[in-house]
Every structure is written in structure tokens, then in C-alpha cells.
Design a protein around this ligand. Structure first.
Ligand code: DGT
Length: 217
């Protein structure tokens, strides 16, 4: 396939700790799939600044800066050219805007003027840049299950994440991708039960592998 053809673009969505990285790692073994992991490491070192750390330490001060940077790194992934047939991305511009920005707005951590600015950027990008996607894989979880996983993996910036934050993010993902009542859903949604342990989740993934890879069989 030449560089200009558009790949079948799949985005993996789900709460923090739902198993997105595990799913992406599984697909990295396929030669015709380009896997784009979420650039958490980039967010931890923006010219020496740990934006993720700043966000969790003082969300009201840093959330606009953080979301602006997330939007840039996601735009980079959406527009990245590839010769692979399938592009598999961890999260997207859409979950940045419809889940995280929305949650910051609803919880009043983000100022209304800041919400308007980031929303205008999002609107401009989606109206003027080809950021279309073909499939959303939604890893569906219970908040308590992922909260336990988050505490267990002990990423230093996340050590004080309260269950209530995970519940809010869960509800916002559900309204968007399961109930489909809050925001536009930009592609068909394939739901996977990600409450089970991650090895078991991968077994379910193998059953729908052809659908994720847009293969006929
Ligand atoms: P996984 O593999 O399902 O366990 O995925 P995680 O938890 O490694 O990745 P993710 O995207 O759920 O979250 C990574 C960290 O970055 C987590 O502390 C939440 C934060 N994060 C990710 N995207 C955004 C965003 O757009 N806004 C905000 N405020 N935080 C975000």
C-alpha cells in the first residue's frame, strides 16, 4: 500500500487502567498494523516539564495547558502517515474532548473561558483536518476494578486519584460510547468486557481480531 492511502483507523478507548496498553501490545506483533501508544512519556517531559505531574498536583491551574498538549499529541497521531493497512491508536482527540475536557468542565476545575478556547480548537481541527476514524474499541469496566488496578500499578502521578474521579470518567465514557446520548460517536463501537483479568480480556480480543483488523474472515 502506498504512503498516501488511508489506513483503517481504530481507536482504543476506556477508563484509566482499563487495559488499553495490553490490547495495543497484543496487536504490535502484526506487521500490517501500526500501533500508536498514548504519548504519556511525552506528557511527562515537555522540554523538561512533567505536565502529567503538574496536572494531578494542581488541576485547576494546569488543566488547560495539559489538554492543549494532549490535543497536539493526538492530532499528531491522527495525521501520522503510515504504509500499514491498519492504524491502531490509544485514545483519540475525541476522548480528550468528550471525556476529559468535559469532565474538567463539569467539575468546574476548568474555567468556562478555558473550556470555550479548547472547544474552539477542537471544532476547528475536526472541521479542517482529516481526523476521521473507522472503529472504536471500547474497553468497558467497573470503576472499582480499574481503581484497584491503578493503585496496584502505582504510577507516581496517579497515587492520589480518588475513586470518585474514576466513577465520573466512567459515567462520561458510558454516556458517550454505550448509551450514545452525550456527544457524536465518530465510528461504530465494539465493546469488550475488560473487568476480567487482562489475559482473559485478550482471549475475547482474539475472537474479534478480524473485525478490529478489518479482515474479511
Ligand atoms: P491503560 O493501558 O488502559 O491502563 O491506560 P492508561 O491508564 O495507561 O492510559 P490513560 O489514557 O487512561 O491515562 C494515562 C494517564 O493520563 C492517566 O493518569 C489519565 C491521564 N490522561 C490521559 N488522557 C487525558 C486527558 O485527555 N486529560 C486528562 N486530564 N488526563 C488524561
Amino acid at each position: 500500500m502506498d504512503k498516501q492511502s488511508k489506513p483503517f483507523t481504530v481507536v482504543v478507548e476506556g477508563n484509566i487502567g482499563s487495559g488499553k496498553t495490553t490490547l495495543l501490545n497484543y496487536f504490535s506483533k502484526f506487521s500490517d498494523v501500526e500501533v500508536l501508544q498514548e504519548p504519556v512519556e511525552k506528557w511527562r517531559d515537555v522540554q523538561g516539564h512533567n505536565l502529567l505531574g503538574l496536572l494531578y498536583d494542581n488541576p485547576a491551574r494546569w488543566c488547560l495547558t495539559f489538554q492543549t498538549h494532549v490535543q497536539l499529541t493526538m492530532l499528531d497521531h491522527h495525521t501520522k502517515e503510515t504504509s500499514a493497512k491498519v492504524k491502531l491508536m490509544e485514545r483519540s482527540l475525541y476522548s480528550g474532548r468528550y471525556c476529559f475536557v468535559e469532565n474538567l468542565h463539569q467539575s468546574k476545575l476548568m474555567e468556562p473561558a478555558e473550556y470555550s478556547v479548547i472547544s474552539e480548537w477542537f471544532k476547528w481541527i475536526t472541521n479542517n483536518v482529516d481526523v476521521g476514524i473507522d472503529l472504536i474499541v471500547y474497553l468497558r469496566t467497573d470503576p472499582k476494578v480499574v481503581h484497584d488496578r491503578i493503585l496496584q500499578r502505582a504510577r507516581k502521578e496517579e497515587k492520589t486519584v480518588p475513586l470518585s474521579y474514576i466513577v465520573d470518567l466512567h459515567e462520561i465514557h458510558e454516556k458517550w460510547l454505550h448509551d450514545k446520548i452525550s456527544h457524536p460517536v465518530p465510528a461504530p463501537v465494539l465493546e469488550i468486557d475488560a473487568n476480567v483479568d487482562l489475559a482473559e480480556m485478550l482471549e475475547q480480543v482474539t475472537l474479534v481480531e478480524n473485525q478490529i483488523l478489518n479482515r474479511k474472515r
